[in-house]
Design a protein around this ligand. Sequence first.
Ligand SMILES: Nc1ncnc2c1ncn2[C@@H]1O[C@H](COP(=O)(O)OP(=O)(O)OP(=O)(O)O)[C@@H](O)[C@H]1O
Ligand SMILES: [Mg+2]
Length: 297
Amino acid sequence: MNGFDSIAEMRQALAGQRYLADEGLATVAFLALRLRRPLLVEGEPGVGKTELAKALAAATGAPLIRLQCYEGIDVHQALYDWDYPRQLLQLRAGGSAPLYSEEFMLRRPLLEALASDPARPAVLLIDELDRADDEFEAFLLEFLSDFQVTIPELGVIKAAAPPTVIITSNRTRDLHEALKRRCLYHWIDHPDLAREVAIARARLPHISERLTTQVCSFVHELRFLDLYRSPGVGETLDWAEAFHVLGRQQMDASTADRTLGTLLKERDDIERIRGKPVEALIDRANGVPKDGASGDH
Ligand SMILES: Nc1ncnc2c1ncn2[C@@H]1O[C@H](COP(=O)(O)OP(=O)(O)OP(=O)(O)O)[C@@H](O)[C@H]1O
Ligand SMILES: [Mg+2]
């Protein structure tokens, strides 16, 4: 159900969702589906980690179940909780249904993923796992190796069909070896220029090719500078959209200067490139030969 016959077919299905995966990412994602193993993707902000799970779900027609991790997240937010108000009502009403049964259980994302329709197993996105604590990561081990969980009051609950699991991390800390061993791994880099132009063309078909190519070339050059935080693909797209909304058919230094906050989110980075560097980068961007824009997809 969740499978593709070939890597090429998978790339095409993702492209149909306007997600352009390079050969390396498409290969590892294909294998994750085939081998039924979770896929751990790491990379700089905005390189398409979260979007991969969304595109994969849309491409396979599977429901997307998302678990956003944060410091302090625990079993009751991730797996299940008891519906205390309903339990209380039942107690007051003198009902006979057992209080700690599925009837009074609230399913959180992990349990929902295990309970999904076997004919259409869900895509489970465990987003930004590096934000969660060690204990939570340890708790995930059983889930990731056997697609099952143990609930003290109910016993072991196992998925009828394993969900497709995508785990993302921004590497604010190292994840544990034990967790990594259970996953396939891929590091997503910033796309090269041709791919970023192809992504921008796919995502922003209403914007002229000249403008998207200029913006992508500018950002490409910018990433060679040692900025505090390099812009991701999402910010490239936002910036191109900003020029478009302001009625520009191509980049000019004055508009670029005024809209830098769409692209860069650190004051020092903005101060550093405002003015002369922006002009130089636009010149460089305009020097890119036209065939640099042809997507390699
Ligand atoms: N390969 C790609 N194909 C198409 N669009 C992409 C691709 N990579 C990134 N994008 C675009 O960039 C945006 C940002 O991507 P996404 O939110 O997945 O980044 P992320 O890696 O999860 O970042 P963060 O670490 O900040 O959460 C997406 O909404 C999408 O529009
Ligand atoms: Mg993300």
